[in-house]
Write a protein that binds this ligand. Structure first.
Ligand code: BES
Ligand code: MG
Ligand code: ZN
Length: 494
C-alpha cells in the first residue's frame, strides 16, 4: 500500500472511496467539507433521518453518486473533547473494513488539527493496513480480497517518504507475527519457526544461530529441555542479532515464549482450557521475530538487539516430564515441576539466563504465560512486570504511541513464598491466586540483578475472538509495534 499526503483538501479530489470523520458537536457545520459533493442542507436532513450523530463507532455509507467517488463513508469519531489517537485508529479500521472490495484510491479526511501530523498519519495508515489483513494461506481456493492500493490522507502535510519507510516494515512485522501465530501446530513446528527466523535474518542482514538439542545439553539447559523431552519434535533454540552501523550505545534483548503447541503435558489441559487454541502459545516468539523483521528493515542506529526464542512443544509421550520431576536450569538452580502445564516459564528460565550472559542493558520477555493474566486484564491489555521503573516507563510510552495496551503489575516479593519447594530450590507453580504474579516472580529468579528486565504477559492480547479495532479476528501480532518503538526510539537510558 502506497501512502500519500499531498492532497490539501477535498476540492478536485478523485478516488474510489472517500472517508470523512466527524465529531459529535456541531455536525452541521462540519458537513460543509462535503459541499462540493452534496448539498449541505439536504445532507444534514438526510443524516438526521438516518440517526447519524457522529458517535464513536458510527458509520454511514452514502448513496453512490453519478461520478467519482464510488463510495462515501461518514465515520463517527465521538466527542471532540475526548478525541485521542485511538479514536482515529478505530475509525480508520471501521472505514477500511467497509472498503474491502473497492480498488484504486481511498482518501481519508479526519479532524487532524489536534494531533501531531506524523503521529496521526502513522496511526491511521497502520490501522488501515492492519485491519484488513486476512490470512488465506490455508485455504485451497483463496480469493484474494480487493482493496485500494493507494491511501491518501487528505489535509495532512508530511514527508510521505518517511511515513512509507516506517509504516510498511512495521506492518510487515505485525503481519509476519500474525501468520506465525495463526499457523496450525502441524505446520509451525519448532523447526519451522527456526527456519522462518533464519529466513528473516538472511533477508535483513541479521546474524543468526540455532542451538540444537545437543548444544542445549552442553549448555545444561535442563529446564527448557525438560519441556521439550515429551515431544517427538526437535527443540530449536533461536538467537538472532541485529548490529547497527556505527557506534553501539546500548544493547538490548527480546525474549519470546515459543511453545508451538502446549497440551499441558501430563497436567493435560482439560475442560474450559481450550487445548485447541494452544497453537498460539508461541505468540511471544512471533512478536520477537516480527520485531526482528521490522527492525532489520528499519535499521535503527546505536542499539544492538538480540532476539531469543527457546522453541519447543509441550506434549505427552513415554519420556515426557512427570509432574514432580526435579530439573536443573543452566544457572544451576533446581526446579521441582509440580505442574507440567506451567511449561513456558521453564523454557524462559534458560532463555533468560542465556540473554543475561550477553550482558545487555535491558531484557524484555513476551509470553502467553498465564490464564490468570487473562482473568485479571482481559484480552485487550497485557500485563507488565519490571524490576526497573525507567524500563517500565519506556515500554509504557512505546506502547501508548502505537495503541497497544499495557498495565503495570507488581512483583510482590512476599508472594515468592508460594514458589517454595520442600526439595528443590524452587517450584514452577504457586497457588492459583495471583498466578500471573508468581509466574513473573519465577522468571525474575533467572535475571541478573544488575540488568533491567521487563516481562509482558500477552496470554490475552495475542488473539482476538472477533474483529476488534485494528485487529481482525484471529492472531493480533500484539507486541511487535511496542517492541519496535522501544528499540528504535532514543527515549531510553537502558
Ligand atoms: N500457555 C498457557 C497460558 C495460557 C492460558 C495462554 C490461556 C493463553 C490462554 C500456560 O502454559 C499455562 O498453561 N499456564 C497455566 C499455569 C498454571 C498451571 C500455573 C495456567 O495459566 O493455567
Ligand atoms: Mg501450559
Ligand atoms: Zn503455555
Amino acid at each position: 500500500m502506497q501512502i500519500c499526503l499531498n492532497q490539501k483538501d477535498l476540492s478536485n479530489w478523485s478516488g474510489s472511496v472517500l472517508v470523512v470523520g466527524f465529531l459529535e458537536k456541531n455536525l452541521e457545520k462540519q458537513l460543509s467539507v462535503l459541499e462540493g459533493i452534496y448539498n449541505p442542507e439536504l445532507l444534514s436532513k438526510y443524516l438526521k433521518e438516518k440517526d447519524f450523530s457522529a458517535k464513536s463507532g458510527e458509520i454511514k455509507k452514502l448513496d453512490i453518486l453519478e461520478n467519482s467517488p464510488e463510495k462515501v463513508l461518514l465515520i463517527g469519531l465521538g466527542k471532540p473533547e475526548e478525541l485521542v489517537l485511538d479514536d482515529l485508529r478505530e475509525g480508520a479500521a471501521l472505514a477500511a473494513r467497509a472498503s474491502i472490495g473497492s480498488e484504486g484510491i481511498i482518501g481519508i479526511l479526519f479532524p487532524w488539527e489536534t494531533f501531531d501530523s506524523t503521529m496521526a498519519a502513522k496511526a491511521v495508515a497502520e490501522s488501515i493496513r492492519l485491519s484488513i489483513f486476512k490470512d488465506i494461506r490455508f485455504n485451497s481456493d483463496p480469493k484474494p480480497q480487493k482493496f485500494p492500493q493507494t491511501l491518501q490522507l487528505i489535509g495532512l502535510s508530511e514527508t510521505e517518504n518517511n511515513i512509507n519507510k516506517e509504516i510498511n516494515p512495521i506492518c510487515s512485522g505485525v503481519e509476519l507475527a500474525r501468520e506465525l501465530v495463526g499457523s496450525p501446530p502441524n505446520d509451525l513446528t519448532p523447526s519451522a519457526l527456526a527456519a522462518k527466523a533464519v529466513e528473516v535474518a538472511k533477508e535483513y542482514g541479521l546474524k543468526y544461530k540455532i542451538l540444537e538439542r545437543k548444544d542445549c545439553e552442553k549448555n545444561r539447559m535442563g529446564a527448557y529441555l525438560a519441556v521439550a523431552q515429551g515431544s517427538d519434535l526437535e527443540p530449536k533454540f533461536i538467537h538472532l542479532t541485529y548490529t547497527p552501523k556505527g557506534e553501539i550505545k546500548r544493547r538490548i534483548a527480546m525474549v519470546g515464549k515459543g511453545l508451538t503447541f502446549d497440551s499441558g503435558g501430563y497436567n493435560l489441559k482439560v475442560g474450559a482450557a481450550q487445548i485447541d487454541m494452544m497453537k498460539y502459545d508461541m505468540g511471544g516468539s512471533a512478536a520477537v521475530i516480527g520485531a526482528a523483521r521490522a527492525i532489520g528493515e528499519l535499521s535503527p542506529n546505536n542499539t544492538e538487539i538480540h532476539f531469543i526464542v527457546a522453541a519447543c512443544e509441550n506434549m505427552v509421550n513415554g519420556s515426557a516430564v512427570h509432574p514432580g520431576d526435579i530439573v536443573t536450569a543452566s544457572n544451576g538452580k533446581t526446579i521441582e515441576i509440580n505442574n507440567t502445564d506451567a511449561e513456558g516459564r521453564l523454557t524462559l528460565a534458560d532463555a533468560l539466563i542465556y540473554a543475561c550472559k550477553l550482558k545487555p542493558n535491558s531484557i524484555v520477555d513476551l509470553a502467553t504465560l498465564t490464564g490468570a493474566c487473562v482473568i485479571a486484564l482481559g484480552d485487550e491489555i497485557a500485563g507488565l512486570w519490571a524490576n526497573n521503573d525507567q524500563l517500565a516507563e519506556d515500554l509504557q510510552q512505546a506502547s501508548t504511541l502505537c495503541g497497544e495496551k499495557l498495565w503495570r503489575m507488581p512483583l510482590q516479593k512476599s508472594y515468592k513464598e508460594g514458589l517454595k519447594s520442600m526439595l528443590a530450590d524452587v517450584k514452577n507453580t504457586g497457588p492459583r491466586a495471583g498466578g500471573s504474579i508468581t509466574a513473573a516472580l519465577f522468571l525474575q529468579q533467572f535475571i541478573d540483578d544488575d540488568i533491567s528486565w521487563a516481562h509482558l504477559d500477552i496470554a490475552g492480547t495475542c488473539w482476538a475472538d472477533k474483529d476488534r479495532g485494528i485487529n481482525p479476528a484471529g492472531a493480533t501480532g500484539y507486541g511487535v509495534r511496542t517492541l519496535v518503538n522501544w528499540a528504535c526510539n532514543q527515549i531510553t537510558n537502558a
